[in-house]
Design a protein around this ligand. Structure first.
Ligand code: SIN
Length: 199
């Protein structure tokens, strides 16, 4: 599948005729809501885990040095925390453009608590997309993130803002926090080297 998913996403008719739709964000959509929304609520989805397995050469990296951003990977019994936004369908055009590097819209159940749920959608980058980077150790992922930057800014900023947002949501995401730990260590080492070089 091509890395550009805009035309595929435009064909989704599932929410046609609706005035509003719930969007579940699990990555940058949690900490960067650059779109209008009617309401925002912490939420979770079931059966998915967040992983830094999607390559980014358009936002947080370049073609020569791609960064890594999150996607979702199926895992039975898993629970993924994030932020749900009630949006109008007019917002899809902006989101399709923003998430164009391999992310497809997928209909899913969004849970607001043990008793309350709604049908909504997520943007997910599956392993079939051309930008998929796949699994690597948390340390390797941190090294790649430390090197990468793109039009949306340093890849490290994406990781650190996501980790902070997840803490605020009370989500204990071991994968994200382990990568953050390695990244901060790499930044400390780089600062110490600069200090030594400066004499
Ligand atoms: C999301 O945030 O829900 C999708 C992935 C991203 O844009 O970081």
């Amino acid at each position: 599948m091509s890395a550009n998913t805009i035309s595929i996403n435009r064909q989704m008719a599932h929410f046609d005729g609706r005035d509003s739709v719930w969007l579940f964000g699990y990555g940058s959509i949690i900490f960067k809501a650059d779109f209008p929304f009617i309401e925002r609520r912490p939420a979770h989805i079931l059966g998915w885990v967040r992983r830094f397995w999607q390559g980014s050469h358009d936002h947080r990296g370049t073609a020569e040095a791609p960064g890594r951003v999150v996607t979702l990977v199926p895992q039975p019994d898993a629970l993924c925390c994030g932020m749900a936004y009630l949006i109008t369908p007019q917002v899809f055009a902006h989101l399709d453009h923003r998430e164009k590097n391999g992310y497809l819209r997928l209909v899913t159940e969004i849970h607001f608590g043990p008793e309350e749920k709604a049908e909504g959608l997520i943007y997910i980058a599956s392993e079939e997309n051309a930008a998929f980077a796949g699994p690597a150790s948390e340390e390797e992922i941190a090294r790649q993130i430390a090197r990468a930057a793109g039009p949306s800014g340093p890849n490290s900023e994406y990781l650190l803002l996501l980790a902070q947002a997840l803490r605020e949501l009370g989500s204990d995401d071991a994968h994200v926090f382990e990568i953050e730990k390695h990244l901060l260590q790499l930044e400390r080492e780089a600062a110490a080297e600069r200090h030594t070089a400066a004499g």
